[in-house]
Design a protein around this ligand. Structure first.
Ligand code: PEP
Ligand code: MN
Length: 264
């Protein structure tokens, strides 16, 4: 298979318009769960950049459990995140939920994120694969490693070798945390595939004060990067406030991560 380490023994380095992922350095991505306003995403970009992140995250099309919950600012939000990222010299990652939006989202975003709920939306995988853009492929909520590798294969089969695996926790019997962050996925994916793997401790645990520990654990496990949710005012965030780091906690976490990175 195209995704397998056997097929391609060397690590694949994904080049996001000059930001290299999987080259041995840690790539930091941070930003809010949802883009809420231009001011909010600019403030998030400022904080993200101050901690050393090079990629700004933020959802404009949100896969919400309830159809009555905030669904995202859509194209207006994409304009805001692009403006904020450009101002702070960052790249953008944002989720694509619908084939019909791919071309539009690709105009604003450097990386297209496939959310956990769409890991096996095979037509969507093929369609984002065709763009040739870097794809951040989240692990499905109940996705096995084999299913995840096959999902990446759908993208690679379109000739797109810019795949990033994102471990974001899986559903287990445990309900004390939002998901169970499967850190064994990191060395396992690195053994089985040549594509980089990023750890998302925010969705992995769902509880902000556990996020820094699991971020460090992700680095220790050998992740190529982290993607973390931050918010200037987490209590009032429109989505995923309970797992979002405020400025102070995020900056402290990033200092710890940078110290670990240097020691490794
Ligand atoms: C997100 O990144 O905000 C998100 C919805 O993630 P996931 O698809 O992993 O639940
Ligand atoms: Mn979220």
């Amino acid at each position: 298979k195209l995704t397998s380490r056997e097929f391609h023994p060397e690590n694949t380095i994904v080049n996001v318009d000059g930001v290299k992922i999987g080259d041995g350095s840690m790539t930091m991505m941070a930003g809010p769960c949802s883009i809420e306003s231009l001011d909010q995403i600019r403030e998030c970009a400022r904080i993200a950049k101050a901690g050393g992140a090079t990629i700004l995250r933020g959802g404009a099309f949100k896969p919400r459990t309830s159809p009555y919950a905030f669904q995202g600012l859509e194209e207006e939000g994409l304009k805001y995140i692009r403006q904020a990222a450009d101002e702070f010299d960052m790249k953008v990652i944002t989720e694509v939920m619908d084939e019909a939006h791919i071309a539009m989202i690709a105009e604003y975003s450097d990386i297209l994120q496939i959310g956990a709920r769409n890991m096996q939306n095979f037509k969507l995988l093929q369609a984002v694969g065709k763009t040739g853009k870097p794809i951040g492929l989240k692990r499905g909520i109940s996705g096995t490693i084999d299913e995840w590798l096959n999902a990446a294969e759908y993208i690679a089969a379109q000739g797109n070798f810019n795949v990033l695996f994102i471990e974001r926790g899986i559903r287990t019997y445990e309900t004390a945390t939002r998901n169970t962050l499967d850190l064994s996925a990191v060395p396992l994916i690195k053994k089985l595939s040549h594509f980089p793997i990023i750890v998302d401790p925010s969705h992995g645990v769902g509880i902000w004060d556990l996020v820094p520990s699991m971020a460090r654990a992700g680095v220790a496990a050998g992740a190529d990067g982290l993607i973390v949710e931050i918010h200037p005012d987490p209590i009032n965030a429109w989505s995923d406030g309970p797992q979002s780091l405020n400025e102070k906690t995020y900056l402290r976490m990033m200092r710890e991560v940078h110290i670990m990175e240097k020691a490794m």
